[in-house]
Every structure is written in C-alpha cells, then in structure tokens.
Design a protein around this ligand. Structure first.
Ligand code: NOJ
Ligand code: CA
Length: 557
C-alpha cells in the first residue's frame, strides 16, 4: 500500500480564539496564528487542525456556523486564511478544517429561509416536526448543553412547528435525509479542497442520522436531565443508516480527492470504530474515540490504557484503519491536571506525551499541552464562557444544588479549562493580547509559559520535539506492531512497537509513587539503548528495576 502523508503526521489543534491576538481586541486571530507558525514547525508539527474559524455568532465559539465559506471577522478574512495556508504549506505543515455538518447556526441563510414558511425551498434543510396534541415538543429528547428548559426542540412561532437542535437552540440540526442538502455540503467541501486545504475533522459525524419517527427516550434521568427531558445519545448516535451517509461523503468528496479525514467519534467504541475507518469500508481515514480520555473521565489507569490500546490495535490500527492518539482538546480538561499530577507537572506532562507519541495511531497535540498548561478555577460563574458549563450549572441549581455544589461540579468539567488563552510569556495577559482577553488568562501564567519552559532544563516543549524526532527516525513508532507486557501491573506500562527488525520499548510509571518491576523473561539479557527519558539522568534498564514517580523512558532493543 502506498504510504500517505498522514501516517507519519504530528497533529496540532489550534483553538484560534485563545491562541494569539495580533490586534489587541482580546480575541486570537489568523495573523496571530501566522506569527507563530515557525514555533509549531520547530515543535515538530506537520498538520494543523483549525477548530472552526468560520463566520459565526459564537454561541459555541464557532461550532455554530453562519457561513461555511467565510472567515469569522474577529479572526480575519479569507485573504488572511490564504496567507496562513500558504505559509503553513511552505513550512511543511498541512492544514485541516473542522467541518461542523450536524448543525449550523440559526443565523445561517439556510435556516433564515427555512423558518420562513412550510413551503420555503430550504424548509427541508432542517428537521421540523409538528407539536404533539397538547402542544408540547414532538418527543422528550434533551439537548446536550442542558440549555433552556432542557428540550432538544424549540417552537418556531412563524409556522407553529418545532425544529430539532441536539445542542443549542441557536444550532439547528441539518436534515441529512434531504438530498439537496447533501449536494450543497459536497460542493462546499470541494470548494475548501480547491482552496488548498488538506482534509477535514468532522464534528460529531456519527450523529447525522436520528432515530426514524423520533420516538421518546426511555432512559432514566441523569443528574443533569431536567423535568421530563432526557439527553440520550442512543437516540441520535450510530443510528442505522449512518454508514450510508458517511460513505456518500467518501464517494462524492473524500475518495476522489484523496484527502485526510478524522471523525469526532462521540460515544465511539472499539466494536463500532472499524466500520467507519477500515479502508475497504470507504468512509473515513481515522477517528477520535473517547474511551481513553474524555471530559468526564478523571483517571487513566494502566489497565484502561492497555485494554483500549489492545482493542483498537486488534480491531482498527492493525487492519489499516487509523485512530488519533490524544489526551486533551478544546472540550476536555488540561491533560496534566486530569491524568497527570500537578505536583510532578513537567514530568507527568512528558509521560503523557510519550504515551501519545509512541502508541499506534496519529498523535495530536492540543495547544498548551507542550508547555504543560493546567486547569483553571474561576470563583464566579460570570467568568465562565462555555455554553455547556453554563447550561449544566443552571440545571444543577434548578435541581436543588447549592451554588457551591454547582461550582464544584463544573470546576473540573468545564471546557473553559482548556480554552484559557495560550501562555506565551510572563508579561501582562501572558503575552496573548495587549487588550482584555475574551476569557481570563490562567493566573499561573507567570510560572507556566512558553518562554519560561524553553529556558528551563526541564522543558516540556523540547521533550515534544524529541518525541517528534523519534517518530521521524524510528519507523517502528509509526508502523510497528503493538505488544503489551506486564499485563497485571497496576502502576507500570510496558510495551514495544516492532517492525522490520527494529523494536522500540516504552516503560512508564503512571503514578506518583515509585514503582518496582521486573523485566519480562523474554527481555532479559538483551541490550537496551536509551533513546529518551523524562528524568534528569536517563537510566539503564536493569533486570530488576524501579521507576520513579511518573518516570517514562523509550529504549531501542
Ligand atoms: C464537538 C465539538 O468538539 C464541541 O466543541 C461542540 O460543542 C460540539 N461538537 C457541537 O458542535
Ligand atoms: Ca484579535
């Protein structure tokens, strides 16, 4: 099989709003991104994923798209985007766009038309249903943000019908059953490819299809579900027929253009992933799953790590499908706060990076990870921005929780943890803006910032550089088989990646206490060459060894 560029890619997600502000309005922008591209190249990045930068009312920071073919004015213009694209390409960095095709903004011209009358040519671009006999919503589905009264339907007075919105009422769901809508989408994707982008990240692609007939959910209420509404992914995720829709995208766009695609697999499992990603399925190149990391999970145990990697290896990666290796993104907590230990900030940040870069798949970095940025905790709800955070906060209050309890609940779950501005240096607002940042900077920016990191012997950024270099130098890390050792160990992860006579071994202590371990029989007596370690002094691997807290090392066997 011909090798494709993405098989050796190192990805990097840019959340433009929080990355770098070039004009002092407090909002990150494309000229800001352009000014930092060399840094990303130096980090070892070969592919950028832009979280949505399209024109948008910013209800969900761009996941509410008002025009799929224009740039959000606060970020710049299409000309600015072309400059970024050209410069990125000249530095050897590909660019993929976040395509939000499950819903649009209610300010998108399609929806503005659609709501005008029942016989408007755009009516069927969205999902409309008449009220039940008592005038209430067509069913009991709840919205994902726990917004408003909790329902996933909003009544539109003009025509007396409800429209479906799995997320915000300002984000109506597109009707994928309608062929003209699908054709518009294919056309728009070709337009971006013609402009020179290298592929797409597909937002919640597995929710395009909803359960036919819109039956009520029978799920029990969760702590956030309000009244009779149930937020039940089963009603709109992996619904039968979804594969035809993704295959249609492949046949009409992805296949003929041979572009990179990565699907955001909400509620993905290793049993469902192969049907979306194996090449013979002709759907997607790769996907994100949430079985290792997610906003709700606050630990990754060695056992979980082994299970998830083994399952995806057996079912997907070994068979020619791809997954993304990552531990954080703009929807999650900061990985070092969540899966590492802030008391061992640099060391645990490096361990997490080492696992991401040496596991089978394509590593994606989320901005700030490479300098060990941490969670934030705001004292007032006023300081939070994320719509999911605000929705779940209100929901908890309505359900009788105190303000303190609700604030505690959101502190770790808020997506704003990952969205505070990038910490470039220790000047005002971390060097992100000369104005007032749209979201408060994490107060720890004086100690944690890129400049400080680069001047430290403990630099996390340089560790990422070394990992990217290892992937370039050792094909085992991109192509090699995965073999796991010490299957029962509660602290130590050990695995090899092996191809064409080359074997790379990774060992890592996933805890804050020392971890003694014994080398497996088959490795005794072999020679280990240290390639990379997150300790001051890299150490030889003896037959009986002990790993320090959060120690991680990569060896060549
Ligand atoms: C997933 C995106 O990553 C998230 O930020 C967004 O809120 C939802 N999809 C809805 O578009
Ligand atoms: Ca700006």
């Amino acid at each position: 099989m011909v090798k494709k560029w993405w098989q050796e890619a190192v990805g990097y997600e840019i959340y433009c709003k929080s990355f770098c502000d070039s004009n002092g309005d407090g909002i990150g922008d494309l000229q800001g991104v352009k000014s930092k591209l060399e840094i990303l190249r130096d980090l070892g990045v070969t592919c950028i994923w832009f979280a949505p930068i399209y024109k948008s009312p910013q209800v969900d920071n761009g996941y509410d798209v008002a025009d799929y073919q224009d740039i959000e004015p606060a970020y710049g213009t299409l000309e600015d985007f072309k400059e970024v694209l050209e410069k990125a390409h000249s530095l050897g960095i590909r660019v993929i766009m976040d395509m939000v095709l499950n819903h649009s903004s209610d300010e998108h011209p399609w929806f503005v038309e659609s709501r005008k009358s029942k016989d408007n040519p755009y009516r069927n671009y969205y999902i409309w249903q008449p009220p039940r006999e008592d005038g209430s919503e067509p069913n009991n589905w709840g919205n994902v943000f726990y917004e408003g009264n909790g329902s996933a339907w909003t009544l539109d007075e003009t025509t007396g019908e409800y429209y479906l919105h799995l997320y915000s009422a300002k984000m109506p769901d597109l009707n994928w059953e309608y062929e003209p809508l699908r054709q518009e989408i294919y056309k728009m994707l070709h337009w971006w490819l013609d402009l020179g982008v290298d592929g797409f990240r597909l937002d919640v692609f597995n929710r395009f299809k909803k359960t036919p007939g819109f039956p009520d959910s029978k799920k029990e209420a969760s702590e956030l579900d309000l009244d009779r509404y149930r937020m039940d992914p089963a009603m709109f995720t992996h619904v039968e027929g979804i594969h035809d829709l993704i295959h249609g995208l492949y046949k009409n766009v992805f296949g003929p253009r041979d572009c990179f695609t990565v699907g955001e697999g909400a509620n993905m499992t290793w049993d469902l992933a192969p049907d979306y990603t194996l090449p013979e399925r002709e759907e997607l190149v790769s996907l994100y799953h949430f079985q290792l990391s997610s906003r709700m999970r606050d630990t990754i145990t060695p056992e979980l790590f082994r299970t998830v990697q083994t399952k995806y290896w057996e079912k997907v990666t070994e068979k020619g499908g791809w997954i993304i290796q990552y531990m954080s993104n703009h929807d999650s907590q900061r990985q070092v706060s969540c899966y590492g230990d802030e008391a061992y900030r640099a060391r645990s940040a490096k361990l997490l990076a080492a696992l991401t870069f040496t596991s089978p798949g394509i590593p994606f970095i989320y901005q700030g990870e490479e300098i060990g940025m941490t969670n934030v905790r705001f004292d007032s709800i006023e300081d939070y921005n994320c719509c999911y955070t605000l929705g779940s906060y209100q929901s908890l209050l309505k359900k009788g929780k105190s303000v303190e309890e609700a604030m505690d609940y959101i502190a770790t779950r808020s997506r704003d943890n990952a969205r505070t501005p990038y910490q470039w240096n220790d000047s005002a607002n971390a060097g992100f803006t000369t104005g007032k940042p749209w979201l408060k900077v994490n107060p720890n920016y004086k100690e944690i910032n890129l400049e400080q990191d680069l001047s430290s012997p403990d630099s996390i950024f340089r560790f990422y550089q070394s990992l990217a270099a290892l992937r370039r130098e050792h094909p085992a890390l991109t192509e090699g088989d995965l073999i796991l050792y010490l299957p029962e160990d509660e602290k130590v992860l050990m695995y090899t990646r092996k191809c064409d006579g080359e074997t790379v071994l990774v060992v890592a202590n996933f805890t804050s206490t020392p971890a003694p371990f014994a080398l497996p029989e088959e490795m005794k007596g072999r020679e280990f060459k240290l390639l990379l370690s997150n300790m001051e002094e890299g150490r030889a691997l003896s037959e009986k060894s002990e790993l320090a807290p959060w120690e991680a090392a990569v060896y060549l066997l």
